[in-house]
Design a protein around this ligand. Structure first.
Ligand code: NAG
Ligand code: NAG
Ligand code: NAG
Ligand code: NAG
Length: 749
């Protein structure tokens, strides 16, 4: 699994696919970690424990890494492929699958989310009361560990640790268990699969709860960091940094050594431990490639979490804007994509023809003199010099100049170092995927990042002017940027490649240029050469969006302790918004025009509204099981009942597939969590190519907790000659006080 951060790796989207396929080729031939799914009910009496039994199934004595007993029944072991194959044929073995590699893909965000204490809930409670109650809520962060000394984990003023907490703080290299406190109440590590895989090769990091990467610290402080005044990154984004649920408790589960080096067997072990320890919310900013639910450790762990009433929020992945790039798509997790906030770190490029173009940058090093210098793009012998990869720039051509570089191949801060080594004095970085560049990085060379539109104009000038020249300047932090929010280019997109009947992502949340705590073991750009030490860093990714929703879920738990995770999920989804601060539909930064539910799901999170949703689509464990049983290779006896279509799940959004059938009908159940005697009327916004009928059109709830059903029929009206592939609409139940919105995505083959 990978942490999800474009700053360090997301910008590698052009190359990520190649990397993944190379990894799977290598892994097929040598000894590696397998996860073995067992029918634990068939344990012979001759073995005292499940662990003894599992040990007896494999030959070498030291190869069991974990025995899973709660979220999943089975074990992880380091085996050669023949041994894995022979296990597959044993009776009690349900499945054997190769472990996966995952990678890790806020001063302003609580304010941008409207969380500033000045509002009340529809039941009359003030938001301060909810914040106060959130000190009993525990968020578990499955990631690269924690920099416990950060002020974001200060426990000043916090009451004693909730009595039910069973977790612990583990000592390890460079980490004393006394570093935990009443804010950071647990810190463990699960790295056995990782250690097996990398022993002998380069070892990144140290076996302890300590975060040497920054990602885990950043995510934890976004979800629940304590308020820290007067922080910034080199003066950018200055203000008070605080987590979304800043009074909630944190527990860190380290399963990654380095941003793109987390093993599924370790992730599953971390999830099991967190659930047994008593977390209320799990925050998992990790992603791998799309995978069937039954081969996906996070899906297994999260299904168990759901049954223990633990809310699970996961990153949607940074493989956007590619279609169907979405990952972590099990319906029982909240799949979170990334949008921008209304803050830019503005920089500009002034050209020799007096044109001035705005861009983005975080840069506090020596400025360029205001004098214009030469400007150069893609010159010389090397065909990939436009990417400014190491060894592709000819010093004679770039010396003393500003160099235009396209994104891709290596990280953007690293490109600046390549330019500097070749003698360049500045860089204009072109994101040719998007109309505008949203993400800023902490550059070591004067750099201005621009989108395709501006990039093309600058390239045109460089090509046609006999003596192209430029200089770069930096304006610092700008707020109230319009339009905001926008869908980030890197945020992974639908449609759902595993279960197309379930719309994913579920939601988008702040994931661009997020300021939060950082590890002091690594510089802000994550490069070895970057020896700057910062206590707070600005990075972007669906990794940053995910813990925002984890924090919101913690506030929801505090406000509504009896709600199920699916009720909380529904409340967050049906109250999301899809209109930006210019009153237009939320735009996609890739195109600059209106986005759709394949990019933003139900919309951008609105925690104020989510706390008082009126109605929720609640989903029982039995219903999830009926869904799950559709996908198991060896369905177990509890799978006597299953859905005929995965879309039958009581989900807060709709994804309709037309193909052999021209009519699709689903039924949904709404639960009243608002006032007694509430009446709701439905409003349907349908594309012209689909007839949508809802029955009944009015729902009356006499009491709180009452459930009402409705049926929706989708009829294909598309002209047979049209090659339209998708269309979108909305089904909205509302009254004077509440609006309960569900997006509809319709797909034709
Ligand atoms: C809180 O946020 C609301 C809406 O975002 C805004 O109208 C209000 O002025 C803010 N209050 C404070 C004290 O910042
Ligand atoms: C904020 O921090 C800066 C340096 O980081 C310092 O110069 C300034 O005095 C601080 N301001 C306050 C109000 O603490
Ligand atoms: C361009 O540079 C890259 C990276 O140094 C190198 O691998 C490649 O062979 C070069 N190509 C040419 C045509 O020189
Ligand atoms: C709810 O409706 C019922 C029947 O229509 C009525 O008797 C009752 O007084 C109403 N309650 C409230 C609080 O409006």
């Amino acid at each position: 699994m990978n942490p999800i951060t474009p700053g360090s790796m997301g910008k590698l989207w052009l190359f990520a696919l190649v990397l993944f396929s190379t990894l799977s080729l290598l892994s097929a031939t040598s000894k590696q970690t397998y996860i073995v799914h067992m029918n634990h009910n068939s344990k012979p009496l001759s073995h005292a424990t499940h662990h003894d039994w599992y040990q007896s199934l494999i030959s070498t004595s030291d190869s069991i890494l974990y025995t899973y007993t709660t979220a999943f029944h089975g074990f992880a072991a380091y085996l050669d492929p023949q041994e894995a194959e022979s296990l597959r044929n044993k009776d009690a073995v349900l499945n054997v699958f190769e472990d996966r590699v995952y990678s890790a893909q806020t001063t302003r965000t609580p304010q941008f989310l409207g969380l500033n204490s000045s509002f009340g809930l529809s039941d009359g409670r003030r938001f301060e009361e909810i914040e106060h109650a959130s000190q009993d809520v525990i968020i578990g962060v499955i990631d690269s560990g924690v920099w416990a000394e950060s002020k974001s984990f200060d426990d000043k003023g916090m009451p004693g640790i909730p009595k039910r907490w069973k977790g612990k703080c583990m000592s390890g290299k460079d980490f004393n268990k006394r570093l935990c406190n009443k804010k950071l109440i647990g810190a463990r590590y699960f790295l056995r699969a990782h250690e097996k895989q990398v022993s002998g090769s380069n070892h990144v990091g140290v076996i302890s709860p300590r975060d040497y990467d920054g990602h885990g610290t950043h995510c934890a402080s976004i979800a629940a960091g304590s308020p820290v005044e007067n922080v910034s990154l080199f003066g950018y984004a200055k203000g008070t940094a605080r987590g979304v649920a800043f009074r909630a408790r944190l527990a860190s589960y380290k399963v990654c050594l380095g941003s793109d080096n987390c093993r599924g067997a370790d992730v599953l072990a971390g999830m099991e431990s967190a659930i047994s320890d008593g977390v209320d919310v799990l925050s998992i900013s990790l992603a791998s490639k799309p995978e069937q639910h039954y081969l996906d450790p996070i899906a297994y762990g999260a299904l168990f979490a759901m049954s223990k009433r633990v809310f699970v929020s996961v990153a949607a992945g940074n493989a956007g804007p590619r279609k169907s790039s979405i990952v972590n798509v099990a319906p029982w997790v909240m799949t979170v994509g990334a949008g921008s906030v209304d803050r830019d770190f503005r920089a500009y490029a002034l050209l020799g023809n007096k044109q001035l173009f705005k861009g983005m940058s975080i840069y506090n090093g020596p400025r360029m003199r205001s004098k214009l210098v030469g400007l150069v793009y893609h010159r010389g012998k090397n065909s990939s010099s436009n990417y400014c990869l190491d060894g592709t720039l000819e010093p004679a051509l770039v010396h003393g100049k500003v160099v235009i570089c396209d994104i891709g191949g290596i990280g953007s801060v690293e490109k600046g170092l390549v330019v500097r080594r070749a003698g360049g004095v500045g860089m204009i970085l072109v994101n040719f995927v998007s109309v505008k560049e949203l993400s800023a990085e902490s550059h070591l060379l004067p750099t201005v990042a621009v989108g395709k539109k501006v990039g093309d104009l600058i390239k045109q000038y460089e090509k046609t002017d006999p003596n192209p020249r430029a200089t770069l300047g930096f304006d610092g932090t700008v707020v109230n940027v319009q339009p905001s929010p926008m869908v980030a280019d890197f945020s992974s997109r639908g449609p759902n490649p595993v279960t197309p009947q379930i719309l994913k992502p579920d939601i988008i949340a702040p994931g661009v240029n997020i300021l939060a705590a950082w590890s002091e073991a690594i510089g802000p750009s994550s490069l070895k050469l970057d020896n700057r030490i910062v206590k707070f860093n600005v990075i972007s990714g669906t990794s940053m969006a995910c813990p925002h929703v984890s924090g919101i879920a913690a506030l929801m738990k505090a406000a509504h302790p009896n709600w199920s995770p699916s009720a909380i999920k529904s409340a967050i989804m049906t109250t999301a918004y899809n209109i930006d601060n210019t009153n237009s539909p939320i735009r996609d930064v890739v195109t600059g025009s209106s986005s759709n539910p394949w990019a933003y799901g139900s919309g951008y999170v609105n925690p104020q509204k989510a706390l008082s949703p009126g109605l929720v689509y609640d989903t029982s464990d039995e219903e999830y099981l009926k869904f799950w049983c559709l996908f198991l290779e060896n369905p177990n006896p509890s799978c006597s009942r299953k859905f005929s279509d995965p879309g039958e799940l009581n989900y807060p959004s709709f994804s309709v597939l037309f193909g052999s059938n021209s009519i699709v009908q689903y039924s949904r159940e709404l639960t009243n969590v608002g006032q007694i005697n509430s009446t709701y009327k439905v409003k349907v916004t349908a594309p012209s190519t689909v007839a949508v009928t809802v029955k009944p059109t009015k729902l009356v709830f006499k009491s709180v907790g009452e459930k009402q059903r409705y049926t929706v029929t989708f009829m294909d009206k598309k002209d047979k000659k049209s090659n339209l592939k998708a269309a979108f609409g909305w089904i909205v139940w509302s009254n004077a006080q509440y609006k309960v919105s569900s997006p509809v995505a319709v797909t034709w083959p």
